[in-house]
Ligand binder design. Structure first.
Ligand SMILES: [Zn+2]
Ligand SMILES: [Zn+2]
Length: 329
C-alpha cells in the first residue's frame, strides 16, 4: 500500500510502498477514507516529541471502512465506517486505567506515534478504542472530530465553563473552530485570540459566532471565566492568566508547548488555575459525540491528496488552513 512515512533525517514525510497492516485479534482492518492532519503530527514530524517508532506513518484522525475483523471483534461489522483517535490502546491494568483515567495510562499506544496511523491507504486499529461516526458528516468532515473535536472537548470541559460564561480560545485552528460553535450553541460568549496580523483568522472566528476576536496579546474589555490554549506558544499562558477572573482556569490543550516564561505570582493569585489536558478517554469521545448530536457543528476542511501530505503539513504550520487539513487517499 501507499503510505506517507516519517523520514527522521529531514523532518519530512516520504512516500513509501509498504505491506498492508496485519490484523491483530482485537483489530479492525480499515480502508482509509480520510485522515485529518493535527498539530501533534507536526510535533512528531518536527521531532518536538521524542521519536518512539522509526519510520512511523502518522495520522490519528482516521475515518475508515472496515474491511476485516480480528477474531475477538464483535463491536463492528465489515463495511461499517469507524473513526480511530489518538488513543489507540491502553494497558487496561495500571492504576490510571483502573480508575477511569486511561488517557494517562503508563504504557499507552498512540495512533500514528506508536503504531502506524492514517496517512496511508489502509490502517489497522484496536476496535475497542474506535468510535462509530455520526452519519451527518461525510468522510472528510468527520476526520477533524476525532482529535481536534474530541480532545478539544476534553479541554473545554476542564475549563469549567457552563451556562452563559465567557471563554477565551487561544489559537483559532481546527480544535477552536469546532469548540467555538459548540460553546456558542450552549449560550457562552467566545473570545478568539489569533496570532497578530491574522485578519483571516479573526474574520473566521467571528463568522463562527465568536463575540470578539483579537490578537493574542490583546485584553478584552471584560474578564473571562476561563481560557483554553490550543497554540503551542508558552507566552500565551501568562497572557491568558491576565484575561481571566479570580477562580478561573487556563487549560493548555496541546501535547507540546514552548517554555512558559516566568511571571509574577499575582497573575496566579486569586485561585486562578493553570492545567494541561492530556490525550483522551473513550468516555470523552462518547460525551463529545453526544454533545455534537445535540448541537451539531460544521467542520471546515481543506482536503489534500495523500501524496500531498507534506504540503498539507506546510499549510498547517504556516497558519494557512481555515479549520482543518484532511488527507484523502
Ligand atoms: Zn494503563
Ligand atoms: Zn491530534
Amino acid at each position: 500500500m501507499l503510505a506517507m512515512a516519517l523520514n527522521a533525517d529531514d523532518a519530512h514525510l516520504v512516500e513509501v510502498n509498504i505491506p498492508s497492516p496485519l490484523v491483530g485479534e482485537n483489530d479492525v482492518l480499515l480502508q482509509v477514507l480520510a485522515c485529518g492532519v493535527c498539530r501533534t503530527d507536526l510535533h512528531i514530524i518536527d521531532g518536538e516529541l521524542p521519536p518512539r517508532t522509526p519510520n512511523i506513518v502518522p495520522g490519528h484522525e482516521v475515518v475508515g471502512r472496515v474491511l476485516a475483523l480480528g477474531t475477538n471483534v464483535s463491536r463492528f461489522q465489515i463495511g461499517d465506517r469507524v473513526g480511530v483517535p489518538w488513543l489507540g490502546g491502553s494497558c487496561r491494568h495500571c492504576s490510571y486505567c483502573m480508575h477511569g483515567r486511561e488517557n494517562l495510562c503508563d504504557t499507552p499506544i498512540f495512533t500514528g506515534y506508536d503504531r502506524n496511523g492514517g496517512f496511508a491507504q489502509y490502517a489497522a486499529a484496536d476496535a475497542r478504542y474506535c468510535f462509530a461516526l455520526p452519519a451527518r458528516y461525510d468522510d472528510a468532515h468527520a476526520a477533524p472530530l476525532l482529535c481536534a473535536g474530541l480532545i478539544g472537548y476534553r479541554a473545554y470541559c476542564m475549563s469549567g465553563v457552563s451556562g452563559p460564561m465567557r471563554i477565551g480560545l487561544y489559537g483559532f485552528g481546527a480544535a477552536a473552530h469546532i469548540l467555538c460553535q459548540l460553546a456558542v450553541a450552549r449560550g457562552q460568549r467566545v473570545y478568539a485570540f489569533v496570532r497578530p496580523g491574522d485578519a483571516d483568522g479573526q474574520r473566521f472566528a467571528l463568522e463562527l459566532g465568536a463575540c470578539w476576536a483579537g490578537h493574542s496579546d490583546a485584553r478584552p474589555a471584560e474578564e473571562l471565566d476561563a481560557a483554553v490554549i490550543f497554540a503551542s506558544v508558552g507566552e500565551l499562558v501568562p497572557a491568558a492568566l491576565r484575561t481571566i477572573r479570580k477562580g478561573g482556569t487556563v487549560v493548555c490543550a496541546g501535547i507540546h508547548m514552548s517554555d512558559i516564561p516566568s511571571f509574577e505570582y499575582a497573575l496566579l493569585w486569586g485561585e486562578r488555575c493553570v492545567r494541561s489536558v492530556a490525550n483522551l478517554t473513550r468516555k470523552d469521545g462518547e460525551a463529545f459525540f453526544a454533545a455534537i448530536d445535540k448541537h451539531p457543528v460544521i467542520t471546515h476542511v481543506q482536503t489534500f491528496a495523500l501524496a500531498q501530505a507534506n504540503a498539507a503539513v506546510d499549510f498547517l504550520r504556516s497558519g494557512r488552513i481555515a479549520g482543518a487539513a484532511v488527507l484523502i487517499p
